[in-house]
Design a binder for this molecule. Structure first.
Ligand code: CA
Length: 525
């Protein structure tokens, strides 16, 4: 970038813009249009483009992000301390499916190399997952996984990895409470993720509340049972640590390893084959956001989301607290009133959940978000929603639900989840995600063992410093060296390469794996 001073204005009606220059700009800095800073403004933070008298409306993305708490002359730094946040949008009288979807011509001919599953889903990785019913077995499973990786995995070169699906749930919980359905179905549906090839094996303690038959009842196992078409469904493969047959710790480890061998053999016999891009199930998410998220990375992801929808793939966006303040835009974009009403139900459920915990919407936006220039959740939401592109929203999932079980095979879907990175990622895995795209401005090393995560930096400065953690630099959009369209296409191509196993993400390279974190709104006993 040249030494000139730059700001980015998102919409012609905006009266603030964000400062682009690395390191921010000092008092007295002058822009090409003659605007002069009356105080220093950090990178990514907002500058008043005109005089903003106290009480005047401050607009970014052509949306009111607040009112001025004091007189802010042109060239002032506009941050959370001088802005009053607007009230939350009521869920009554929202527009429902009122906005005609844009023309999105079909995109044919794009393919990747994936692992076909019996139920029609496609894996991007070939992983043995060991399901656990309860946290009590975690240490044992961890030891078994370590030994499987060193002693068995080298004999099965077509298997990418072995993963213990460990979590904090399973016992000491109010398992009959209505909301317990969320963690239970999340864990069930993760076990059936397309990247695990339908090979189910379970490690159970024995006395826990979440018994294996409750976690994986017959009938929930379509992906597994369709594999054995014609034959009677196989018994659920369970290693129970409290079983009388185990004498000593090594007996448990041996039993898990012997069970693993059967599944590794079947997984190893699988081969990648050419499948249409429509088999992609992409979850998009952001974390550690800054003011550039909604200018560079998220618009590029949004452009790519449209490409995926055009190619017949499924794209999920999530993060209730980050879309709540733009709910009217989303219900207007719903493909039918029923879809709009499902979104409103999810928002209402989450409003009540936050109220029960005496939290309000100001609980979202972290200190890092504010440091990065995002003054409040309204501004953050506008930047977050851009990731969803422009397609009609054609489906809605409640937390932990699976796309396949809801009959959803394509299109843009709203999967309701908390915004918390690892909780959202966990729920998107349960939905059936086989590829994850994650945008960040502040930077996070986030990754998942279960599915590749492509990380997109919002700023060139972050991409340079974290050159071996960030997969894509969307900061080139702010630098003027790439357009949103170019970056969107680049990301689309990278997705096909990563899905095919031709490229690994940095998180895969370093094996950076965040824990599965189940969303459990029910009581713990
Ligand atoms: Ca997030």
């Amino acid at each position: 970038m040249s030494s000139a001073n730059f700001f980015i204005k998102m919409h012609s009606a905006d009266n603030v813009a964000i400062v682009v220059n690395d390191g921010g700009l000092p008092t007295g800095a002058v822009f090409a249009n003659g605007l002069k800073l009356v105080q220093a403004v950090p990178q990514g933070h907002k500058v008043a483009l005109v005089d903003l008298p106290q009480g005047s409306v401050v607009r970014r993305y052509n949306v009111t992000i607040g009112t001025a708490l004091k007189n802010l002359p042109a060239g002032s730094w506009v941050n959370e301390a001088v802005l009053d946040m607007p009230a939350a949008r009521s869920l009554d009288d929202l527009p429902q499916a009122t906005q005609a979807a844009p023309e999105l011509p079909t995109l044919d001919g794009y393919t990747f190399e994936g692992y076909r599953n019996a139920d029609g889903s496609v894996g991007t990785r070939n992983i043995l997952a060991i399901t656990t019913t309860v946290q009590c077995v975690s240490g044992v499973v961890e030891m078994a996984v370590k030994r499987i990786k060193t002693e068995l995995l080298p004999k099965y070169p077509n298997v990418d990895d072995v993963v213990g699906l460990e979590h904090a749930y399973g016992c000491g919980v109010a398992i009959d409470a209505p909301d317990a359905i969320i963690p239970i179905r999340t864990l069930r549906n993760i076990s059936l993720n397309p990247n695990f090839g339908g090979e189910l094996m379970v490690v159970s303690l024995g006395c826990e509340k979440l018994q294996p038959e409750r976690l994986l009842p017959p009938g929930s196992l379509a992906i597994r049972d369709e594999r054995s078409a014609g034959n009677a469904p196989a018994e659920l493969d369970v290693v129970c640590l409290q079983s009388d047959k185990h004498v000593g710790f090594m007996s448990m480890i041996d039993s898990i390893m012997q069970t693993a061998v059967r599944h590794l053999e079947r997984l190893n016999a699988r081969k990648r084959e050419t499948v249409p891009a429509s088999a992609l199930v992409v979850g998009v998410q952001c974390g550690g956001s800054d003011a550039f998220s909604g200018v560079t990375a998220n618009p590029a992801v949004g452009f790519c989301a449209d490409l995926l929808v055009r190619a017949g793939a499924t794209v999920m966006f999530s993060e209730v607290t980050e879309v709540r303040d733009g709910i009217d835009q989303l219900t207007a974009r719903a493909s039918s009133p029923a879809v709009a009403q499902a979104m409103i139900r999810e928002m209402a459920w989450y409003d009540a959940y936050l109220a029960k915990g005496s939290a309000d919407r100001s609980a979202n936006t972290t200190p890092g978000n504010k440091k990065g220039g995002l003054s409040n959740i309204v501004e953050k939401a506008m930047g977050s929603i851009v990731k969803s592109g422009s397609a009609a929203i054609s489906g809605v999932l409640s937390p932990g639900e699976s796309l396949r079980q809801k009959g959803i095979r394509s299109g843009l879907v709203y999967a309701a989840t908390p915004a918390s990175d690892f909780v959202c990622g966990t729920l998107q895995l349960a939905a059936g995600m086989n590829l994850h795209v994650f945008t960040t401005g502040r930077g996070t090393p986030y990754g998942l063992a279960e599915c590749p995560v492509i990380k997109v930096a919002t700023r060139s400065d972050l991409a340079r410093r974290w050159h071996d953690l960030m997969d894509v630099n969307a900061g080139r959009i702010a630098d003027g060296s790439a357009s949103i369209e170019e970056l969107g296409w680049e990301l689309f191509q990278l997705m096909l390469d990563v899905a095919s196993g031709r490229k690994k993400t940095w998180a895969e390279h370093w094996q950076l794996h965040n824990a599965l974190v189940l969303f459990n709104p029910a009581p713990i006993t």
